[in-house]
Design a protein around this ligand. Structure first.
Ligand code: ATP
Length: 959
């Protein structure tokens, strides 16, 4: 490489932006550089290549290169968004009507029509903004993280803070956070579909490739936005933000869907059809009126405009979107981040939740409690990650470093510490924390406990024994540096490391050691011998199986630890090296207690008619024991992955319904289980964290990815992401899902009858050739003032108290079921009867048309206010303190309408514009009576429905 610097070395972003149009060949050819050359260009020295950049250096580079993010996709400007609000068939109709009324010289009607159009557009604009803001906030919660080494410490940082020269660690399931030149790989396979369109994973390595290699052939690079599907790697960041390949092709990976769901589309479609029906009806009425009845066309046209305006539910789509967005916001507050909006609807209908065990149902705070060797079974005291706790053999205290009392224990503990990727850290508040896999953390803590015991004994004897027999991670790594690793993958359930003994260290004699740990049945297969006090002896498989089952039956997670002398210097560790000739050292039993809140949540789910199934990679006995503590699958057997594999689809369908605990299940089996349950007609929520869980998450009706321990692959496949990995959060999300669906229904049940009532009043007047009780302007006023503003309050309804005591909504149940249609008809008729009746009565008793109309308008508005209260509960009574006063938004919106109605009635300007007139006290009383009619009818209807349900329930129970 030319000494004058890399022609393509990373540049500050300002300058680099201009380069984005430059042809691919002119861009950095990092793939053609050796690691040393890349380091030179990146100004990374040998020490930084091992220990990463210093924080200060990283900070400085961040200033120089800018944050590692792509320019967000161009937003529609606020103006355009506002103008687009008018692009709505319902508003078109009203605008045409405004035009015609203007041509006819009916300026008031024109004004009111245009005002109505404007108010609707403004409401739509504000609501859309609100919905977008809610989704934006959620997008922010899904930001990508990266594992880097800085100052010699591994740490997880926001991917945006990555800078060229950073040392990044990749593991299976990670999304590559920036363009990386790979410096070390372990069986790394990356899926680059985001970049190349090729969905088959490509194998990566560290040797430079020719400069003219195509993107797909640059096997020494890992590109931003691609997905690690297998293995591990280290890489140097060579490009961030717009300087990545992804930045050049400028595709933004979208995280959250646009604000629509099947239900919303259905409602939108419904709105369009309704508009069409209303238009046809309007034309027919017009023809009927002018031809058959001989009403003048101008007058008839105004009537038809009133009809159209009254019947069209303009606010419907906008308010539905807001209801959904508010639900999503509420879920996010409860730690469930919705990535795909349809999931909100599906959540409300979930009938089965299939959950992982470790970390979701359990706390994932692992502590080793038992160590079983060939000739001794030790108890380890202490809880949590604090390295305090003694070792006991029966009632006798044991020092693991003392070869006389615990000959094999020390070897086992060291194997556990060496074959380990986690790190322990003492926090400022004196608490210990584990970075990495908690299972491995537990083994580190075990080592620290052994070290602490050794220290105490050494102090007592004032010798330096402790130094000779280290257990701590750092000391062991010095004596036995790691040369290679086979990382843990759920698929093969073990991890192995190859270590090279530094001559002065412990265990001289064998230059290389392989340490292995994993699920007992896997490790037993690898072993021919077991370590005893006298040295290696033939493996007693029955003994170990019995011990493993014993530990598992106590609800402990069981790992086997083994070792063997390794291969020649410089050799790589392969699966074949590990799979035979190992010596079994010990089994460890790790406790991972159930989460208290998960026990409660499982009970809640059962009460809500939702089955909870546990699908875990753990041992069947462990799973069953933990399941029993949680109330899952009590008294029923657990089915293992091997048993599932023997079942054909029909048999699995039967079994999947009955069995609640599935153990040693592979990700593929998760997929089969989802399918089997769905074939049984269930709506399934399934959790997952690994890269291989993605298909099951996609297939499930609600894919639930883990936010903390989940891989990026799982998060992307999931419909919702749990920010706290907690089962209880899924139960909360289901509750919110049910609440959102309820609110959508409540809104429809409020909106349609109010429009229906107004339309019926106008139609009746036309059909029976009555004086029009509401003028076109008045109908528009009612719509403008009430329907949209009042209805919006229902989007803020909280979940009803008994929402988790009722069975799930049957999948596929239409939004407008029998109950809804009946309610719409009943309320429309009642509203019409009240207002029209009052109007005609008043006319008959000699009141002026203006006053009668004002009374009719007020009674419709009052009926809507009352009915808003009814609508808070679909079938439950609202005749209670909570029912009447429980939602402040409802009260506020009602209160806001009162001065408007008073202005409508008494303000001279309004009287001139709207043709309204002042009312006296008695007239108001009549208005109140007519308006409140709806309230009592609706409550009576609910009462009748509840009675019918009780009788039905009693009959079913009696049957
Ligand atoms: P869940 O699906 O409920 O999260 P899990 O976490 O127990 O289950 P896996 O992580 O796939 O599932 O673990 C399966 C088995 O592999 C464990 O029972 C254990 O014996 C072994 N195991 C787990 N973690 C490690 C590890 N880091 N190294 C070696 N073996 C491990």
């Amino acid at each position: 490489m030319a000494s004058g610097g890399h022609p393509d070395s990373p540049r500050p972003q300002a300058g680099a932006r201009d380069e984005s149009h430059v042809a691919a060949s002119a861009r950095p050819a990092w793939h053609a550089d050796s690691v040393a050359q890349a380091c030179q260009q990146l100004q990374v020295d040998a020490q930084q290549l091992a220990a990463g950049l210093a924080q200060d250096e990283a900070r400085q580079r961040l200033q120089q290169y800018g944050p590692n993010r792509l320019a967000p996709p161009k937003r529609r400007s606020a103006w355009l968004r506002f103008v687009l609000q008018f692009h709505n068939i319902l508003l078109y109709v009203m605008m045409v009507a405004a035009l015609v009324t203007a041509l006819l010289g009916h300026w008031v009607d024109t004004g009111v029509l245009l005002a109505a159009v404007l108010v609707n557009a403004i409401i739509g604009f504000i609501q859309e903004g609100k919905a977008e803001a809610a989704l934006d906030a959620i997008r922010g919660m899904l930001s990508l993280q990266a594992m880097v080494v800085r100052d010699g410490q591994r740490q997880v940082i926001d991917a945006e803070a990555l800078v060229p020269g950073d040392l990044v660690l990749l593991a299976s399931g990670d999304r590559v956070p920036a363009d990386l030149r790979l410096v070390a790989v372990t069986e790394l396979r990356v899926e680059e579909a985001a970049l190349t369109g090729e969905s088959l994973p490509v194998e990566k390595q560290t040797e430079a490739v020719p400069a003219d290699a195509s993107l797909g052939d640059r096997s020494d690079m890992a590109f931003s936005g691609t997905l690690v599907v297998y293995g591990q790697a280290r890489g140097l960041v060579v490009g961030t933000g717009s300087q990545t390949e992804l930045g050049h092709i400028n595709t933004m990976l979208s995280n959250v869907d646009v604000a629509t769901t099947p239900l919303l589309r259905q409602i939108n479609g419904f709105g369009h059809k309704l508009a069409l029906v209303i238009l046809v009806m309007a034309v027919l009425t017009f023809v009927l009126g002018t031809w058959l009845r001989g009403i003048p066309a101008t007058e008839m046209f105004l009537m038809v405009v009133a009809l159209v305006a009254s019947a069209i539910p303009e606010g419907l789509p906008a308010i539905m979107t807001v209801t959904l967005a508010l639900g999503v916001q509420r879920m996010a507050r409860r730690k469930a981040i919705v990535r795909r909006l349809p999931a909100v609807e599906a959540l409300g209908a979930v009938t089965v939740i299939c959950s992982d065990k470790t970390g979701t149902l359990t706390r994932n705070e692992m502590t080793v409690q038992r160590v079983v060797c060939a000739d001794a079974r030790y108890v380890v005291e202490g809880a949590g990650y604090a390295p305090e706790g003694r070792f006991r053999l029966g009632e006798t205290r044991v020092d693991p470093a003392d070869a006389a009392s615990a000959p094999v224990l020390a070897q086992a503990i060291r194997a556990g510490v060496l074959c380990n990727d986690a790190r322990m850290r003492l926090l400022d508040d004196g608490q210990w924390q584990v970075d990495g896999d908690p299972t491995e953390g537990a083994l580190l803590v075990l080592g620290s406990k052994a070290e602490a015991v050794g220290m105490q004994q050494a102090d007592a004897r004032t010798t330096h024994v402790a130094q000779e027999v280290p257990f701590s991670q750092d000391a062991l790594a010095e004596c036995w540096p790691r040369v290679d690793v086979i990382p843990f993958e759920s698929e093969h359930r073990f991890m192995a490391t190859l270590h090279h003994a530094v001559p002065a260290g412990v265990g001289e004699g064998a230059p290389h050691w392989i340490c292995v740990k994993g699920a007992p049945e896997v490790i037993l297969d690898f072993c021919a011998t077991q370590l005893t006090a006298q040295g290696p002896a033939p493996l007693d498989v029955d003994y170990w199986r019995r011990m493993a089952t014993d530990l598992a039956a106590q609800g402990l997670r069981v790992l086997a630890l083994a070792g063997k002398p390794g291969g020649a210097a410089g050799a790589k560790l392969t699966h074949a090296d590990v799979r035979q000739g190992c010596t079994l050292l010990a089994l460890v039993g790790i406790v991972d207690p159930p989460r208290g809140e998960a026990v409660v949540a499982v009970r809640e789910c059962h009460d809500a008619g939702i089955r909870v199934k546990m699908i875990t990679g753990d041992h069947a006995e462990t799973a069953r024991a933990i399941g029993a503590q949680l109330g899952i699958g009590v008294g029923k057997p657990a089915l293992t992955g091997a048993e599932v594999a023997l079942l054909d689809n029909a048999a699995l369908r039967r079994t999947a319904g009955e069995i609640d605990v599935f153990a040693r299940a592979s990700p593929e089996q998760k997929l089969r289980l989802v399918q089997a349950l769905q074939d049984n007609g269930q709506v399934v929520a399934m959790t997952g964290d690994g890269v291989n869980d993605a298909p099951a998450l996609k297939r499930a009706d609600v894919g639930v990815a883990m936010g903390l321990k989940g891989t990026e692959a799982a998060k992307e496949a999931g419909d919702i992401v749990l920010a706290d990995d907690n089962f209880a959060t899924i139960a909360h999300a289901v509750e919110e899902g049910r609440a959102v669906y309820d609110n959508l229904r409540k809104f429809i049940l409020f909106m349609l009858p109010t429009n229906g009532g107004e339309a019926l009043i106008v139609i009746a007047a036309i059909l029976f050739q009555l004086t029009l009780p509401l003028t076109a302007a008045q109908v528009l006023w009612i719509n403008m003032v009430t329907s949209s503003a009042l209805g919006l309050a229902l989007a803020f309804e909280k979940a009803e108290p008994g929402i988790m005591d009722r069975p799930p909504r049957p999948p596929g149940q239409p939004l407008l079921d029998g109950l809804a249609v009946w309610r719409i008809v009943l309320i429309s008729m009642t509203m019409m009867a009240g207002a029209l009746g009052l109007f005609l009565w008043e006319l008959q008793h000699g009141v002026s048309v203006e006053v009668a109309r004002t009374m009719a308008v007020n009674s419709v508005v009052l009926a809507e206010m009352f009915y808003l209260l009814n609508s808070r509960h679909i079938t439950d009574s609202v005749l209670s303190r909570e029912g009447l006063l429980g939602n402040p938004y409802v009260l506020l919106s009602i209160a806001a309408c009162v001065p408007l109605q008073l202005a409508f009635t008494y303000w001279p300007v309004m009287q001139t514009l709207m043709g309204s007139a002042a009312l006296d006290g008695l007239q108001w009383l009549k208005v109140l009576a007519a308006g409140s009619l709806v309230f009592f009818v609706a409550e009576l209807d609910k009462l009748a429905w509840r009675r019918a349900k009780t009788v039905e329930g009693g009959e079913t129970a009696g049957r």
